[in-house]
Design a protein around this ligand. Structure first.
Ligand SMILES: *Cc1c(COP(=O)(O)O)cnc(C)c1O
Length: 374
């Protein structure tokens, strides 16, 4: 067999039909399908606000930018974050001249609440929690710590589309949640994301700030009489909003999200079964109360390079999510502050996870791993 690590699936005819509507209407930008998708996302997640963006990286930056402006945070104020994440999470902190302070991870590869508490200082303003691979880890405890210490909780929900914690969208626990619909995420479009603020006034701010600080979007203006050309600009905003072509794809993908995640959980269950008798292979557990989107299926092994090489030999792609970010020169100042993260990042492997995998594929992968396990 041969397989990619991730392989997005699109319902091509339905996507094309939605896109055709944009093209025929002559409306491919902000408004129209982006509004339709925001409404659909709110209905699906139960979140009170949602603003569609061109990426989750943009969304994470926007979240920090808006809280900094709203609360008057100073340069060098601290944001507690994780070394086990895609660099977007931590770069977003740097974009606003804030300082990433790294806390260690737990067995779920998510932030360890005890270490978060230890890393709070008088300059701490926020915590960014990343739901790795769809896992909610100990998000509830981290939310509790944020409440006690009056810190903003930002949820990097790039992997959490469709994940549930005690039956609800985990975004409901955060002050702001940012989802990704990037090309190989579990709810793929081409590139796009969603920012969901709890506070309605911050949602309104995000709408201005994601369109260069302009205070009314084109769609609203074109539907009003009078001074339709008139707008104000109060802040230096960004070009971060999403467009109707991506939203057209997202509307279709959302319809299939629960089914697709269900298939992913089936694949994960096959892996769990296949590894249940092995001492050498330690699957990363899903936290209690979490129904994971299963964006990833991750195992820890002591011979990671041999496992990856053996799978590569038969055409099976694997990945590492993630390399300890404090190994990057950018974040090397924090090297040594998160020993668990450092250790696990040398052992962890992501195995193929997508909708074209069947039980035989999983058995082949497990047999290959067993053949190099000692
Ligand atoms: C993919 C990813 C992002 C960034 O998402 P984009 O939509 O590609 O900008 C942020 N955080 C994590 C954990 C991710 O995996």
């Amino acid at each position: 067999m041969s397989t990619q690590l991730f392989r997005p699936r699109f319902h091509v005819d339905e996507c094309l039909e939605e896109i055709r509507e944009c093209l025929e209407k002559g409306w491919t930008g902000l408004g129209f399908k982006t509004v339709e998708f925001e409404e659909a996302w709110k209905a699906y997640t139960g979140l009170p606000n949602a603003h569609y963006l061109n990426s989750a990286t943009a969304g994470l930056h926007l979240a920090l930018n808006i809280y900094r402006l709203e609360n008057g945070w100073d340069d060098g104020d601290e944001v507690i974050t994780t070394p086990i994440t895609f660099v977007s999470t931590n770069h977003a902190i740097m974009y606003e001249n804030l300082t990433p302070v790294f806390a260690d991870v737990d067995q779920y590869l998510c932030l360890d609440p005890d270490d978060v508490a230890r890393k709070i200082t008088p300059r701490t303003r926020a915590v960014i929690f990343v739901g790795i691979g769809g896992n909610t880890g100990q998000l509830e405890r981290v939310a509790e710590i944020c409440r006690e210490h009056d810190l903003i909780l930002i949820l990097d929900a790039a992997h959490l589309s469709g994940s549930k914690l005690k039956g609800k969208d985990p975004g409901l626990l955060a002050d702001v949640a940012v989802y990704s619909f990037q090309a190989v995420k579990n709810m793929p479009t081409g590139d796009s994301g969603m920012i969901c603020f709890k506070a309605p006034e911050l949602d309104a701010f995000a709408r201005r700030q994601s369109w260069l600080g302009i205070s009314k979007d084109t769609y609203q203006r074109s539907n009003k009489g009078g001074y339709s050309w008139m707008y104000d600009v109060d802040t230096v905003g960004f070009k971060y909003h999403g467009n109707s072509i991506m939203a057209a794809i997202a509307l279709v993908q959302l319809k299939y999200l629960d089914d697709d995640n269900g298939h992913r959980r089936q694949v994960a269950a096959w892996y769990d079964d296949a590894f249940s008798a092995s001492n050498a292979v330690r699957p990363v557990p899903v936290a209690e109360g979490c129904v994971s989107s299963r964006h990833f299926y991750q195992i820890a092994v002591n011979n990671r390079d041999a496992v990856m090489a053996a799978l590569a030999d038969i055409g099976i792609s694997t990945g590492v999510h993630y390399r300890d970010n404090t190994l990057y020169p950018m974040y090397a100042y924090a090297h040594g502050t998160c020993p668990n993260a450092h250790k696990i990042s040398e052992q962890v492997v992501s195995l193929p996870m997508h909708l074209d995998l069947g039980k035989e594929d999983i058995d082949t992968i497990a047999d290959t791993i067993a053949s190099v396990s000692t």
